[in-house]
Design a protein around this ligand. Structure first.
Ligand code: F6R
Length: 239
């Protein structure tokens, strides 16, 4: 596990974009694992800028997102489908993009389908991760075990509160999500985790120095051979 500390959040995003750009240049038909939330926005903006400048071509590249809310129409501005379109997909030429279907009639079947699709695509080459204040990755919330496959998750109160800022009122925040499991994340060949801000400092400390425990789901990353953690000074303040 390598940890790099940057002066500010923007630099974290640019450093993450640099790793993804290098991945794409090395392997134009990469399978990328992508995340939503505030953390990846600077990274996506940098990738868009490089694409528009003619430096990055995504035309052979395929992406799979980590998660999606359940029972939120994809057209809803807070759905992760809508987020990805607005923040990245509408501005680049990705060959194929995939986001789990949180509105599937049979959500368990959707979980299995999603895992099978990633496997059929050859597995994820590089996975981008944010981290929750409670150490969640994807929506794998603190628990007494790690879940291997894509799963339906009941969001914790801390996650509902953290996501509240995007919705009109707290009651509008979905209570369930579909998320790649820990096995799916750990199967990625390389993982890039980014975190900004003081409210992530404890989760980053627990991930880097704490025991490997499902109470801090990100701590499992210590068992992965190729993890790069990019943080700003605030998120690194407890290291
Ligand atoms: C999003 C995801 C989540 C977020 C995490 C941090 O696809 O999987 O694990 O990465 O909740 O969210 P932000 O970046 O909004 O602080």
């Amino acid at each position: 596990m390598q940890v790099h500390v940057f002066e500010n959040a923007k630099q974290v995003g640019q450093a993450a974009a640099t790793l993804f750009a290098a991945q794409l240049l090395r392997k134009p038909d990469s399978v990328l694992g992508l995340a939503t939330g505030s953390s990846p926005i600077d990274c996506y903006q940098q990738l868009i800028q490089w694409h528009k400048a003619g430096i990055l071509d995504f035309s052979k590249c395929v992406s799979y997102n980590l998660d999606e809310y359940c029972n939120l129409p994809v057209e809803h501005e807070c759905s992760y489908h809508a987020f990805m379109n607005a923040q990245l997909f509408d501005h680049i030429n990705m060959k194929e993009t995939h986001v789990p279907n949180g509105n599937a009639e049979d959500l368990q079947a959707e979980c299995a389908r999603y895992d099978a699709a990633i496997q059929a695509a050859g597995g994820i080459d590089m996975q981008l991760l944010g981290i929750g204040r409670n150490g969640h990755i994807g929506f794998n919330e603190p628990s007494d075990h790690f879940v291997f496959g894509t799963q339906i998750v009941n969001l914790t109160e801390s996650t509902i509160q953290a996501n509240r800022r995007f919705f009109e009122s707290e009651k509008d925040v979905p209570r369930q999500a579909i998320s790649l499991g820990i096995g799916g994340i750990m199967a990625a060949k390389e993982i890039v985790l980014i975190a900004m801000g003081e409210d992530k400092a404890q989760a980053i400390r627990d991930t880097v120095y704490g025991e490997v425990t499902p109470k801090v789901q990100a701590s499992i990353l210590r068992n992965h051979p190729h993890v790069t953690i990019l943080v700003d000074k605030a998120a690194a303040s407890l290291l």
